[in-house]
Each structure stands twice: as C-alpha cells, then as structure tokens.
Design a binder for this molecule. Structure first.
Ligand code: PLP
Length: 519
C-alpha cells in the first residue's frame, strides 16, 4: 500500500527523478560557473543555453527574452518594477500610459502584494490606483468590466490558471479586449500553474510578462523563469555581475537550471508525463470516487473551465479543517487552498470572489495532482476516498478507549522528564524505555478510523480531545502509568498532555509534530 498519496501538486510537486539526477550531476561534475571562460565554465554555459533553448520552444517565446531566476515571486517583482519604470518614463514623455493597476480578483497574493509594495515605494507622483478586476461565478475574468477599464489601465494581471480553483482564464478573450480598446496597458500573465498543463504560445499571445516556477512541475524549488515579450519595457530587479546578459545578476542556480532542463525536455518529448486526455481520465475517476464517498459534494468550479489536474470541492457539514484532517489521517495530502495561506485557515478569497456561498468557501478542499501521477496512486486514492466517505458518515467501527489497567511504575527514566513534548527523534527510545506506556490518539474517531492505529508498531487507543474528560479520572488515579498523547501535528496532543499535567498527572507527554513527523 502507498504510505502517502500526494494530492497537493498545485502547492509543489515531487522532483522528477531524471531532474534530481541532473541537479546532482550539475553539482558534482558540471559545477562550473557559466561566466568563467575556461572549459569548465564553458560547459556550464553551454548547458544553460541548451535549457534556455528548450524553454523558448516550450513557451513559444519567439524573439522574447527568457531568463532564469529564483521563481515566480521574483518574476512578478521584476515585471512590476519594469512596468512602474515604464509608466514613469511614458508619463515624462507625455505618452499615454493609463492610471489603473488592474489585478484579477483571484490572483495569487504575490501579485497584488507586490503591486501594493512597489507602488508604495516607487509610485509617488504617478497616481496609480490598484483596482480589482472581478471574476464571474465560473471564476473567469469579467471581460465587460475589462473592456470598460482597459483604456485607463497601465497594467493588467490575469493569471493563466488559478492555483486554488484550477479555473483557466480566457487569455485569447482578454488579449482581444486589450487590442480592441487600444489599451496602453502592459499585460502580465502569471503562468505558474499553466506550465505542462496548458499549451503556451507566448510570443503570439501579446502577453508582455509571464513568470514561472519550476517546482510546480517536477523541478526543484528555487528555479524559475521570466518571459518578457520582445520590445516590452524591462528593468532589472537584480544588478551586479551582469549575468543573464545584465537582465538578472547573480551567479546562476545551475543545479536548478539543469533539473528544469530535464523537465522541459520531457515535456517536449512527450514520453514522461501523462497526456492531457489521460489527465482528464484521472480527474473523472477521482471525481466519481468523491461523488460516491460524499453524496452531498459540490464542485466549486465547472470542469469545462478548469485544469484537469485540480478538483476544488465542498462537502456540506464538513469544514475544510475536518476534511484535511480526515484525508491526512488516510495518508492523502490535500489542502484547503493555496499553501501560502494554509496556516491562516481563512475562508478562500478565490471562492469568495466567485460569489460562492460562505459555507462553500469555508469548507473548500483542493485536490491537485501532477502529470506524473501514476495509476497505482490513482487507484489507492480512490479507495482511500471511499474510506474517508465511510468515516465521515460514521460507518466504521469507532475505536474506544479501554479501561486503563493499573500498572506498576516503570523504573526507566523519562527521556524528557521535565518537558511536556517528546521529540519525534526520541520517541522510539522512549517507547522502548516505557513498555507500559499508554498511547492515546486524541484525533477524532473518524480520523482514527481511516488511518493506522499504531505508533512504531505499538497499539494506540483513541480518545478524541473532546472526550478526554471521560478518562482523566482513571488515568490520574493510575498516575504512575506514563501517557503519551499523539495527534496529527502535535497541537491537540499538547493540549491533552497539558491538561493531564495540570490535573496532577506527572507523567503525561505529547509527541511533538504528531504523526506527521513520527515517520
Ligand atoms: N502564482 C501562482 C499561481 C502560484 O500558485 C504560486 C505558488 O503557489 C506563485 C505565484 C508563487 O510561486 P513561488 O512561491 O514559487 O514564487
């Protein structure tokens, strides 16, 4: 059985083995600095240019610039800076340049945050106004609003595909509106979620700036690309040694470039990744499994307008947090929305912008897979989804906590006698030293029901945090027996251990990091 099914590819994706090997080779053998003029450097330079040529072909870059950088966030800053400098120059020259910074309502936060930041720093006197371009109920940009505002727009940002909903923008329609209205706007399209999933022909599209991140398509984190249309204004963000023809200084991330090259070559060859038709089949199977597991499910974006690799759904009566915990317990990694906002647990602003009812954005679950997703993982995912559905419906036998037997105090010293938290690295030794310990899993019964009921082969009992009170008396009466509380990530178990200590049980611990770090 697959220990973990990774269904969060829009957050990041596993590195293609050939890409990891290429990165390793670039570090071990081809470690030259591409700016050096000796043979080692020349070989690195040749490799960098081979990758750039592949990128040009895959992106349809024509005569535009393609430069390597650290990822989309950097590419977005560079585009914003270039635009602001161009507006300043055009204003000074009395040329039309617009006064609105139009940002699609569902853009990744990197876009509006960068615009607000750089406009605050450099926009004094330019009078530029950040304005949201709304989306319709399907998550697509309102072309009527764009048509009305385009003559005043200095910058238009319309991502190619949304990271939360998977909604694919009508770039042809947007380009047409910008041309029809003779808009002075520079146009940025965040293509992070499009690479390898949508056909790209950037030079023909009229797009001025297109940022990419390698890690969204099986390359490592920290390598990205920025496409700039031939003739579009450009101002470097990073200055220094003049690398990338002075467009982006700093010694190149050759390991990342080599790895990205492998991914681009695989895309070109078409023999490594699933075809688009295959991806549609995967989505259909996952959607069918979800529908049968969760009968009230609603999908939050229409399939005909979404990437086949993203499913965003809500289940009535189950919050995003409930669903994430359930899926995590079943060994499936999904998310509620973008990884950047995962810690905030706020309702999805993307779904809010589409005008979906509040319960749907507060219950949203995003399931996303990459073109390397294999059949075995797909089959496992469908089975586990069925188990999650049964658990949510309350059908699996709920584990109950047995009466706590009285056991003699162990003479083995506690590894972390003073502290409350037991580090994951220490847990096996602790378990060996405490053969009599009671392992209490404080997750919800449904999480316990779909996952494993053991910790390092030792049986656990399930006492959900809310039902702790029913057992504390017995455990305290039996105060010598060590208690180790566990949960998904260590939050609930820490509260349980704290409660027991506060109630007078001296030997209660929590496993720091929970099952997530326990290995
Ligand atoms: N744009 C989109 C659509 C994204 O999904 C992300 C990452 O989640 C970014 C931009 C930022 O990418 P990075 O964090 O790799 O710079």
């Amino acid at each position: 059985m697959h220990p973990e099914i990774y269904l969060d590819a829009n957050a990041t994706s596993p590195v293609l083995p050939a890409a990891a090997a290429a990165a390793m080779a670039a570090m071990q053998d081809g470690f030259g600095n591409p700016s050096s003029s000796h043979a080692t450097g020349l070989r690195a330079r040749a490799q960098r240019e081979r990758v750039r040529a592949a990128a040009r072909r895959v992106l349809g870059a024509g005569q535009g610039r393609v430069m390597f950088n650290s990822g989309a966030t950097e590419g977005i800053q560079t585009a914003v800076l270039s635009m602001l400098c161009a507006v300043r120059e055009r204003r000074a020259a009395g040329q039309p340049c617009g006064d609105l910074l139009l940002v699609g309502a569902t853009e990744h936060k990197a876009v509006p945050e960068s615009l607000a930041h750089w406009n605050r720093l450099l926009g004094a006197g330019l009078g530029l106004e950040l304005r949201t371009l709304p989306v319709d109920a399907d998550g697509r940009h309102r072309l009527d609003v764009l048509r009305a505002l385009a003559p005043r727009a200095a910058f238009v940002c319309t991502m190619a595909a949304n990271n939360e909903s998977g909604v694919v923008s009508d770039l042809a329609g947007i380009g047409q509106v910008l041309r029809d209205t003779a808009s002075p706007a520079l146009w940025m399209v965040d293509c992070v979620q499009a690479l390898g999933k949508l056909g790209l022909d950037l030079a023909a599209s009229g797009i001025d700036y297109a940022p990419f991140s390698g890690h969204k398509l099986h390359a490592p984190k920290g390598i990205g690309m920025l496409y700039v249309r031939e003739g579009a204004p450009y101002t470097p963000l990073m200055c220094g040694g003049g690398q990338e023809a002075g467009q982006r200084s700093g010694t190149e991330n050759m390991a990342g470039i080599a790895a990205l090259g492998m991914v681009l070559e695989a895309l070109e060859r078409g023999d490594t990744f699933r075809s688009h038709a295959d991806l549609h089949t995967c989505r259909a199977r996952l959607a069918a499994a979800l529908q049968s597991a969760f009968p009230g499910i609603v999908f939050n974006a229409p399939f005909e307008h979404t990437l086949p690799t993203t499913l965003n759904f809500s289940v009535p009566g189950a919050s995003s947090a409930d669903m994430l915990e359930l899926f995590d317990a079943a060994g499936m990694r999904v998310s509620a929305g973008s990884a950047c906002s995962a810690a905030k647990a706020a309702p999805s602003f993307v779904l809010d912008a589409m005008g979906l009812p509040a319960w749907r954005s507060a219950s949203a679950v995003r399931l996303s897979f990459g073109p390397l997703f294999d059949d075995a993982a797909l089959a496992q995912a469908c089975q586990r989804i069925a188990r999650c559905g049964a658990a949510l419906a309350g059908s699996p036998p709920q584990a109950t906590a047995p009466a706590t037997p009285a056991t003699p105090a162990t003479s083995a010293p506690a590894i972390d006698a003073a502290g409350l938290e037991l580090a994951a690295a220490a847990v096996q030794a602790w378990l060996a030293a405490h053969p009599d310990a009671l392992l209490v899993d404080v997750r919800e019964a449904r999480e316990y029901g779909v996952g494993t009921a053991t910790l390092h082969q030792r049986a656990t009992v399930n006492v959900p945090l809310a039902r702790l009170g029913e057992h504390t008396g017995g455990w305290i009466g039996d105060g010598a027996r060590p208690l180790l509380f566990v949960c998904r990530s260590g939050g609930r178990s820490a509260r349980a251990a704290q409660a027991l200590r506060a109630l007078g049980h001296p030997r209660a611990w929590s496993l720091a990091g929970g099952f997530a770090l326990a290995g």
